[in-house]
Design a protein around this ligand. Structure first.
Ligand code: AHR
Length: 504
């Protein structure tokens, strides 16, 4: 028996909704077909955006969307994607399959999509192959209300009112596809580019995000921060390092980058390897966080894990440059574990964007022409949505067994996190990482005597997934298999499961 102790009175940090964010890139069928089909499509749409996909994402409560990349961002020239669609420039998407990008989805379409989704906007600018002027003008085009060359152009293109940019990324992976820079060089460019991201809307300040490290590149974190905080800012240090956020990218590949393996065909050994690599996120957050603490002890800079998720081999027969993969119960557990880790570190982690939202890597939605399916990962985001904007509270598990097949890839059997919503509801999300063993769990609270409990479960065989022929193989169900007695909540968590409780 495992015992989960919750002190619902001890609030540790606020869980920003943006931790549950998503990422959409001009890559494969993410934007085109996955989100945008154009006004003239037979697929039901509103201003070109798929109704089915937008509806499902709203139901999942998507808080923020990052766009246009990814590696694509540092090759994207935003002016190619505005004005009449027939005259928009076509370009080669050199990173992703060498296909023609016709720019029919551009700035106006992105803001339209976010308006339909009711989510915040995260625009990623181009440092690798773009100029300071180009970046600065994009911000002016999108957010300036008055009379100016760029605001006038936006109005001429049919959008009178400025939009809100909630977050602006100054380059992407500038240590790699975004220009192969050294941290000092990028740090200096960051200082320069971010200067011209003007705050035109006093009612809606833009939060600036600096490109952070790949996985365990602590050298990058240290040296970018050192460069960006080297001289005091005019007006005092209210925004250390000229930034509101520093990104971190980490993908889970079971056998490493060279050996990603099949998304749907794997054994127990690979299951534990994958989950163990997912738990590594905690060490990354703690070690990068310790460096950030030296430069920003007050934790004003958020850690933005704006790319994370499972990256496997593409589905057989699909374009290798499109990164289209299936999503099984293994992905669900990776999502459950990772989101619990983000919650537990919400004092530093202020945003995270799973890669990517539709039809790419660990997508929450897959489409095939007019058909759409929800992946197991979708259901995890749906079950965890109550953590958004809640307060993380103290919790720990006694009797949490270590499981797995090999020493290197052992994991704790249970992953959990607990929050309290503004109305006092206690939200518990708990995962059983074992492929074979159920685990009895007893939950105790500091003061709460549970009177109303609602729960949902996602469970299935480790390789179980949804297909266009069988779209409901894996789906969230109501979970009633619990008992409340003497102020305690007891249940058995089935092997390979994600469970969420709402307790009053
Ligand atoms: O998500 C796919 C790619 O992974 C992104 O474009 C890039 O930023 C990362 O390397």
């Amino acid at each position: 028996m495992a015992k989960l102790y919750i002190n619902e009175k001890n609030k540790k940090a606020h869980i920003e909704p943006e931790i549950y964010g998503h990422f959409s890139e001009h890559l494969g069928r993410c934007i085109y077909e996955g989100l945008y089909v154009g006004e003239n499509s037979d697929i039901p749409n509103v201003n070109g955006m798929r109704k089915d996909v937008v509806g499902a994402l709203k139901e999942m409560q998507i808080p923020v969307l990052r766009w246009p990349g990814g590696c694509f961002a540092d090759e994207y020239h935003w002016k190619d994607g505005i004005g009449p669609k027939e005259t928009r420039k076509k370009m080669i998407n050199t990173h992703w399959g060498g296909v023609v990008e016709d720019n029919s989805f551009g700035t106006h379409e992105f803001f339209e999509l976010c308006e339909q989704l009711g989510c915040k906007t995260y625009v990623n600018g181009n440092v690798g192959s773009g100029s300071v002027q180009e970046m600065s003008e994009w911000v002016e085009y999108a957010t300036f209300e008055g009379v100016s060359p760029m605001a006038d152009l936006r109005k001429a293109n049919g959008h009178e009112e400025p939009w809100k940019i909630d977050y602006f990324g100054v380059g992407n992976e500038n240590w790699g596809c975004g220009g192969n820079m050294t941290p000092e060089y990028y740090g200096n460019l960051y200082r320069r580019y971010q200067t011209y991201i003007r705050q035109y809307r006093k009612d809606a300040p833009i939060k600036k995000i600096c490109c952070g490290a790949n996985v365990a590149d602590y050298f990058w974190t240290e040296n970018v921060l050192k460069t960006c905080t080297a001289a005091p800012q005019p007006g005092g240090g209210s925004n250390p390092g000229f930034m509101d956020g520093l990104s971190l990218h980490y993908y889970v590949h079971p056998g490493g980058w060279q050996n990603k393996g099949s998304a749907t065909d794997f054994d127990d050994k690979i299951w534990y390897q994958t989950l163990s690599r997912a738990t590594y996120m905690e060490e990354l957050i703690e070690r990068h966080g310790a460096i950030m603490d030296q430069y920003d002890p007050e934790k004003k800079i958020g850690m933005m894990v704006d790319e994370w998720g499972c990256w496997f081999d593409v589905e057989p027969g699909t374009n290798p440059g499109f990164l289209y993969q299936q999503s099984t119960m293994r992905d669900a557990l990776v999502a459950g574990i990772t989101l619990n880790i983000f919650n537990k570190h919400s004092d530093r982690v202020k945003m995270a964007c799973i890669a990517q939202m539709v039809n790419v890597l660990q997508a929450v939605i897959l489409t095939e022409g007019p058909k759409m399916i929800l992946t197991p990962t979708y259901h995890v985001f749906h079950m965890y949505k109550y953590h958004q904007d809640a307060d993380l509270v103290e919790s720990f598990v006694e009797g949490n067994k270590t499981i797995g097949e090999e020493d290197e890839f052992q994991v704790p059997q249970i992953s959990e996190s607990v929050s309290v919503s503004a109305d006092g509801t206690v939200n518990i999300t708990i995962n059983n990482l074992s492929v074979t063993e159920n685990v009895p769990v007893e939950v105790s609270f500091a003061e709460l005597l549970p009177s109303r409990v609602e729960a949902a479960i996602l469970t299935g065989k480790m390789c179980a997934h949804n297909t266009f022929d069988e779209p409901e193989n894996v789906k969230e169900s109501v979970f009633n298999d619990f008992e409340t007695k003497d102020g305690k909540l007891s249940f058995t968590a089935p092997a390979c499961s994600v469970i969420s409780f709402r307790v009053n």
